[in-house]
Design a protein around this ligand. Sequence first.
Ligand code: AMP
Ligand code: GLY
Length: 421
Amino acid sequence: MKILVVGGGGREHAIIKKIKENKTVEKIYALPGNGGIAADAECVDIAAKDIEKITEFAKSHDIDYAIVAPDDPLVLGCVDKLEAAGIPCFGPKANAAIIEGSKVFSKELMKKYNIPTAAYETFDNIDAALDYIETAPVPLVIKADGLALGKGVVIAETKHDAINAITDMMQNKVFGNSGDHVVIEEFLEGPEVSVLSFTDGKTVVPMISSMDHKRAGDGDTGLNTGGMGTIAPNPYYTEDIAKQCMETIFLPTIEAMNKEGRTFKGCLYFGLMLTKNGPKVIEYNCRFGDPETQVVLPLLKSDLLTVMQAVTKERLSETEVEFSDKSACCVIAASEGYPKSYDKGLELTIPAEIADKVYVAGAKITDGKLVTNGGRVLGCTAVADDLKTAVEEAYKLVDKVGFVNKYYRHDIGQRALKALK
Ligand code: AMP
Ligand code: GLY
């Protein structure tokens, strides 16, 4: 089979490495991929958002199956376009990807179908939003409606911060049109859990749970990032909580999307907070998480391509999806300065003996050499019988990869290890 993967980060590298385990796969193209992914797939310089070119490429290269991984092309209708051209795909159509593409949509969906989430109000008028802040208790969470590279969420500790955030989003347009509508919601507290799931619109199969570490600095300090490391499984996500989530969140969401005529097929990501009043949805993503994928897929025992194709054919209920009972830890090696400014183009070494455990997020090949090309550069993943060992082994991998401005958090997995005690 000839496979096309849209995207070019660590998540896509993890998907590609897993897909390669299937013996029927003869060729994988990554659009655009990156300098590290080039070791596992043929990278083609077509941007993930360039849906026209992606579709042309798929048709002219006899692609048998396409996997669309990032949010932008999904929200823009990449799957609709590929399917219209006769190419089977993994990923939701645009009318379902809106569950991530619009926070106003997802909040209204949850309200309509009684899916537990933070209480909220939506605004498309700055004066009304500012009036609301006058009387609402802080902290408040302010979210730009549309996609904003994971940065459109502000936790305002004071009224002053809330006013600034609203002004930035609605008046100064720091997230462009994404700030035309905002959601202002109640601040929730509790451990966060990421649950990725496979769903074909009929059946939902949660993958092993995970925990992201979103802040840049040790001890959850500093700016929000795309994610500095992950562990799986998440010790806070007990069997009881999983059962409760299935009944109150996962199945109701799939049914709600069906009732709205927006059947979701693909990977639906539930970002959950385990509050003292039960699990609540913080966010939905219409795709695999990054860097959650880098710990979840290494623990998947079943064949990924088979599961994905079962989703496409709406035969997920007949398909085995099995996870290992081991633990995994992924530590992100980033460029010093991320998520603000950082240097690029610095020589990068990944020793061959650990290359199968390293997912490349931001690198390119220049003059035949691998160099850094992004904020998050590598994800180093170790799998072990227990979490403590997985964490130790992941840090050994981080020590072995080399680039001069390497920056990483030192405490990935520590919160989970404490919870296990
Ligand atoms: P999101 O992009 O919606 O995932 O938000 C980014 C991060 O902001 C989440 O991972 C949470 O840590 C935090 N967050 C979002 N919404 C809330 C909320 N209602 N209460 C507390 N924290 C939140
Ligand atoms: N790691 C969070 C996300 O993929 O949005």
